[in-house]
Design a binder for this molecule. Sequence first.
Ligand SMILES: Nc1ncnc2c1ncn2[C@@H]1O[C@H](COP(=O)(O)OP(=O)(O)O)[C@@H](O)[C@H]1O
Ligand SMILES: [Mg+2]
Length: 258
Amino acid sequence: MVALPQTQDQPRVVLSARGLGKDFGGFTAVNDVNIDVHHARIHALIGPNGAGKTTVFNLLTKFLQPTRGQITLLDTDITRMKPDYVARMGLVRSFQISAVFPHLTVLENVRVALQRPNRLSTQFWLPLSSLDRLNERADRLIRDLGLAEFRDLRATDLSYGRKRVLEIATTLALDPKVLLLDEPMAGMGQEDVRMVANIIRDVARDRAVLMVEHNLSVVADICDHVTVLQRGEIIAEGDYASVSRDPRVRTAYMGTEE
Ligand SMILES: Nc1ncnc2c1ncn2[C@@H]1O[C@H](COP(=O)(O)OP(=O)(O)O)[C@@H](O)[C@H]1O
Ligand SMILES: [Mg+2]
């Protein structure tokens, strides 16, 4: 069969870990984790409570220093780097730099995020014309995330789900290459879950997303690739349909085999 010409780049690995491990004292919380996160894909990290999801998440974002293994971001070894440095390289977790100011409006919050020096070379001055550009970018981001009609509301007056969307908007202001989300749907009702799921799908069109998620129907809906952890180790990976059929995964979630 003749390969069709690619209109887009082949999905490429933007973040990867090899042999990743973390011990807390004598306790091994994460062991020998290999993971590849691809551009324009949504990758889920799932597993029962205590499986090591948050620890892996913190290792990848450099909030924890690994005991073993190597982490690579865009072909650079970041294993020993500091979180703020990898954030400027394009690996951004929600709620890392992006605190939402409750008494600022949606627009003001996004503008603050856009003005934050987020590049390796800091901008010392801002020509007047760039203020227009800033407003344009803020409005585009607000529109893209479906927040246009809430633009002039204070963040504190938004619904819970829309606050999370605003947090994602302020994170996107940094123009991340990889966005990491730890349980973005936690505490949300059905309607908000659907809204945030759609937004994550949009956001992943031109960047990689790695998310820890409890809500398996969301994982089934929007995630392209799933890694299942149990007791710190990967027990299965693949698309949702295949991992959800895996007897080891069923045992891990149900405690007994079906
Ligand atoms: N700072 C820590 N010190 C000691 N043990 C920890 C620490 N953080 C996590 N753990 C342990 O590591 C295991 C994995 O935790 P965690 O990554 O939070 O799991 P998950 O997010 O999948 O629920 C758990 O047994 C937890 O008690
Ligand atoms: Mg956790």
